[in-house]
Write a protein that binds this ligand. Structure first.
Ligand code: ADP
Ligand code: MG
Length: 313
């Protein structure tokens, strides 16, 4: 049985709470992340993926709920020292490698920022050597250390972003659409690099993406979000072969495949939330349909999904 690194319990992040413009960006979301796995998180733009990641890593205080990291609720941590330790364990890689790296800073200083903050190097020589080592880890080299971020291509910048995240030896990395801004030809390279690093260093990833095409290659399990709710969570293969929530089915139907026969018959399904016809007071929650495969549904839907699933086996 895999060990849990993170437990996210009933997490809520409401912006402008109680005001007319309240946004329930994350609305009662619960899931676990196991040590060494990649959990993919997908859903269309605005559904709350980044907010989930940012709240987990404590860039935002949670409106409600818990984030338990290695048995400790991170939103309870108060002392500066605790926070610092925790910040070192969790790092984030951002979508836009153009915006997230200061163009006026040398690569050396960008990557060494975490080393400096956490006092991980003793002198300038050690600092430089550690940065060079990190550059080599992500497929760059010593010469790059003295250049500025604006001199790099998108793919190279994302490598810099990865090197910067790795600098403090984190255990857990949230990659928030790390390849969305890159050319398709470069995307696979960055995904492969992340995979190699994971194997080498035993990292755990939360990998955020807006569609289901790339996450398949990196995720062990995938969660699907819709308007602040997690609507389905399953092992990756299971989610692709046997999507149960109609929203997941619609996301999957949107992926083009390089197969003309498939493309000719591909039917784009749209998702109409009114199909659920939930009644007032009806409990809608994540329920386990087959082992490890959870769907956000009512009791009535659960019974129907169970029947369909057992007929399939
Ligand atoms: N700081 C903020 N203040 C107010 N609303 C926000 C803020 N950040 C995000 N939102 C809103 O929360 C919702 C979820 O946003 P986000 O988490 O960025 O979605 P995603 O990453 O899935 O595209 C959106 O409606 C967005 O407009
Ligand atoms: Mg986002």
């Amino acid at each position: 049985m895999a060990e849990k690194l993170l437990e996210i319990k009933n997490l809520k992040q409401y912006f402008n709470q109680g005001k007319p413009n309240e946004v329930r960006a994350v609305d009662d979301v619960s899931f676990d992340i196991y040590k060494g796995e990649t959990l993919g998180l997908v859903g269309e733009s605005g559904c709350g993926k980044s907010t989930t990641g940012r709240t987990i890593i404590r860039l935002y205080d949670a409106t409600d709920g818990e984030v338990i990291y290695d048995g400790v609720n991170v939103h309870d941590k108060k002392s500066k020292k605790d926070l610092k330790t925790f910040n070192q364990k969790m790092q984030m890689i951002f979508q836009d490698p153009y915006a997230s790296l200061n163009p006026r800073m040398k690569v050396l200083d960008i990557i060494a920022e975490g080393l400096d903050i956490h006092g991980l190097v003793k002198n300038p020589k050690e600092r430089k050597e550690r940065v060079v080592e990190l550059l080599e880890t992500v497929g760059l080299n010593r010469e790059h250390a003295d250049r500025y971020a604006h001199e790099f291509s998108g793919g190279q910048r994302q490598r810099l972003g990865i090197a910067r995240a790795l600098a403090v030896n984190p255990e857990f990395i949230i990659a928030d659409e790390p390849i969305s801004a890159l050319d398709v030809s470069i995307q696979a390279q960055v995904v492969n690099l992340l995979k190699e690093l994971q194997k080498e260093k035993g990292l755990t990833y939360l990998f955020i993406a807006h569609d289901l095409s790339m996450v398949k290659y990196i995720s062990d399990r995938i969660g699907v979000m819709y308007f602040g709710k997690l609507v389905e969570l399953a092992p990756a293969e299971d989610l692709y072969n046997n999507p149960l929530h109609p929203y997941t089915q619609s996301l999957l139907s949107a992926i083009p495949l390089p197969d003309p026969n498939y493309e000719r018959t591909r039917v784009r399904k749209s998702y109409d939330p009114s199909v659920h016809n939930y009644q007032d007071g009806e409990e809608v929650t994540m329920r386990e349909i087959t082992p490890g495969h959870f769907v956000y549904c009512s009791e009535k839907e659960y019974v129907a999904l169970k029947a369909v699933s057992s007929a399939r086996v």
